[in-house]
Design a protein around this ligand. Structure first.
Ligand SMILES: [Zn+2]
Length: 174
């Protein structure tokens, strides 16, 4: 508290010269380099700020508000992408993919080998099922998967947004 009542010697933030700052001074020009200073008093501390810095700060404040709005928008967009990707995963999970079909084919093939070894008459049926499953798996595998393409697109958009978010976040956090 007493620091605010006596004259302080502070360094000019522009040229580094020692300046005497009287308790009632709020704004003055450095006697050495002429740069304009604002005396900032906060609690027990007193600091000098160049007027140009103070103006930059006002400009920065508007940038920050814009960044905060942008951040909110980016977060909403990312949440929407997330929701769509989640839905696609649910649909794909419910479908039987080529991997699953091939696995069932291997199972049928194993059943055929067992059936043949015990000379069960149903063995030919097993090999037919196995072949059919492999063929279907190959056909399904060859089909273009629009879900997969969309997921890749979503992932790209998500990454681009994450990059933008980091940039805006840096402005907000500074
Ligand atoms: Zn100076």
């Amino acid at each position: 508290m007493s620091t605010q009542l006596k004259t302080l010697t502070l360094k000019c933030p522009s040229c580094g010269a020692a300046l005497d700052v009287a308790p009632d001074m709020e704004r003055f020009a450095c006697g050495y380099c002429g740069s304009e200073q604002i005396v900032q008093r906060q609690g027990g501390t007193v600091a000098l700020k160049l007027v140009t810095d103070a103006i930059a700060r006002v400009q920065f404040g508007t940038d920050r508000t814009a960044a905060e709005l942008a951040l909110r928008r980016i977060n909403d967009e990312m949440a929407a992408l997330d929701a769509e990707a989640h839905e696609i995963h649910l649909v794909r999970g419910a479908n039987i993919g080529p991997g699953m079909l091939a696995f069932m084919g291997v199972f049928a093939l194993a059943a055929f080998l067992v059936a043949q070894s015990v000379e069960w008459e149903g063995a030919p049926v097993c090999i037919i099922i196995a072949v059919v499953l492999f063929v279907i798996a190959a056909i399904v595998h060859a089909q273009p998967d629009p879900h997969k393409d969309r997921l890749e697109e979503l992932k790209k958009q998500y990454e681009a947004l994450a990059e933008k978010r980091a940039q805006q976040k840096a402005i907000v956090d500074t």
